[in-house]
Design a protein. Sequence first.
Length: 255
Amino acid sequence: MLSIDWNILLQSMPEPWMLGAAAFIGLMASLPLAQLTRRLPRRLFDEWVRDEAGDDVQTLQQQGTEAPSIEPLKGMALLGFATGPIAVSVLALIQHGLALETAALCLLGWTLWVLAWIDGETRLLPDILTLGLMWAGLLFNCAELFAGLDQAVIGAAAGYCSLWLLNVLYKSWRGYDGMGAGDFKLLAAIGAWFGYPALPAVVFIAASSGVIVGLILGFTGRREQGEAIAFGPHLCLGAACIAFAEQSLRPLLSP
């Protein structure tokens, strides 16, 4: 019987074909991921309504508590969403070739894209994604794909505790939370993937981009003075910079 070595066959493919295949995989992945950004926030809100009002959903809605408006992604919006998974697939393949790291980075990048999209629209960072991402990072780093397991464990703890402590200090000063627990868990997940040495760079990139976006929104009148902005997308940006700019950034983060 004819035996086919799929690994050799794939490695012999011309590079444009491989990149095209990666882009196609990213495009196909974007369709269920886009659905996830619609359905997951709605489900979370419905669960919250049931917890708060039991079966009396109408009463809670009459009090002014309504689900965020989440329309299906269509047309240009869907095309814009698809650029994220496509870019992640292509960049992961360029960086690592046909390796386990490529699949891992696709999982990471696609999840970060979904989290950034959901948080930007609804100010939600679902635990099922942030905590799942954290455990995935720890499991991948059992094989030390992106960091040593000790650095990953410390990174998860340091990521959560650093933002938690910062929020405690902010709340004691201003009297209200400066960020949500979802941000703590997201940074914990990032720490689990890249270890504690990457956290300062991630936070710096996130804070810098957050300030820039906040100023732009303020100048254009799309943000009122004192209005908070979603921090999750900026943390996702910081993680993406670490994941896909390893050659230029990671050597600077060595302990």
